[in-house]
Structures are given as structure tokens and as C-alpha cells.
Design a protein. Structure first.
Length: 172
């Protein structure tokens, strides 16, 4: 099992499990430390009208995995910034959305099934980036023991009163 797989899976499982127990989305990378996108090449910034909205994960060169609560509005309003550590570097490595897909049983009031996909208009141009940019996802019956190491990655705020971090962070 690859460490990249564990990182990606746990980011989404953490988000889904915390959403099951709360009606409030918590966009924080608490006690996070700055990291580099080269260490988490499947991580992307999902942007709404050019501004960072949510994190996502590259599944392949045309599909991005994210939370359903991030996918409201017209696909033409969405873009993805990839292969960049600093999200204020606007215009670098940008791909535009063609289609937004939320889980058919997504329940926004309780964040149940809070998972979605963003299809890109054109495939990502990853030739200048690492070859391991795609996330590896778990099989349905995969199990992880209590105490397994988890790493959360994103541009979330570090506290309640702060704004999104400009540099991608990780927290263990």
C-alpha cells in the first residue's frame, strides 16, 4: 500500500466522517506545516471564478475527486489549478471544468455522501510534472487498522479566524 494512497484516502474519509457528525464544514488544516506540491502531486486547488474554493485530488488527466459541497453552480465558473504549491500564483497550470457531478444521494443538510467529481474540458498537461500525479484509491473492501498513519493536505485555514493558507500544508 503506497503512502500517497493512504494520504489521499484519509483526507476524504476524514472529511466524510466528520461531516456525518456535524452540520458545519470545517475548512482547517489545524497545526499544519508548509509542504511542497511535489510531495503530494495529486492535490489540486478547485477554483470558483478564479478564487480558491476547495481542494481536490487528480484521479486521471480528466477527472478530479472532491467534496460535493464544493460543486454548486455552472461548470463554466470552475477551474482547477494543479502542480503548484502557492495558490496565489494565478494563471499557472490551470484547467477548466466541463461537468460537475455530485453523488446522487448527497444530502447537503447533513453532508451525507459529500463526494463529487469534476470533469475537465481538456486533459491536464502533466508532462512537465511528476509521473505519479494520479491518486491511488482503495478497493471497496480495504481495511485499515486503528492507529494507521494519516496525513491531511490542503490550503485550509489554520484557525477559526484566519483565511485560506497561500501555501499547501500538511498535518499528521
Amino acid at each position: 500500500m503506497s503512502l500517497e494512497f493512504v494520504k489521499v484516502l484519509l483526507v476524504f474519509l476524514f472529511g466524510l466522517s466528520s461531516a456525518e457528525n456535524s452540520n458545519v464544514i470545517q475548512p482547517f488544516i489545524v497545526n499544519g506545516t508548509d509542504t511542497r506540491i511535489e510531495d503530494f502531486p495529486s492535490m489540486v486547488s478547485i477554483r470558483l471564478k478564479g478564487d480558491h474554493l476547495c481542494g481536490g485530488t487528480i484521479l486521471n488527466d480528466e477527472w478530479i475527486l472532491t467534496a460535493a459541497h464544493c460543486l454548486y453552480g455552472m461548470p463554466s465558473d470552475f477551474s482547477v489549478q494543479y502542480a503548484t504549491t502557492v495558490i496565489s500564483q494565478i494563471g499557472m497550470n490551470v484547467a477548466f471544468a466541463e461537468k460537475l457531478v455530485r453523488h446522487e444521494n448527497y444530502r447537503p443538510s447533513i453532508h451525507k455522501n459529500d463526494i463529487g467529481l469534476l470533469k475537465l474540458r481538456t486533459p491536464l498537461n502533466i508532462t512537465t510534472f511528476r509521473k505519479n500525479y494520479r491518486a491511488t484509491l482503495a478497493m471497496i473492501r480495504s481495511h485499515y487498522s486503528t492507529g494507521s498513519r494519516a496525513v491531511l493536505v490542503g490550503w485550509g485555514a489554520n484557525s477559526v479566524n484566519s483565511i485560506f493558507d497561500d501555501i499547501v500544508s500538511e498535518s499528521h
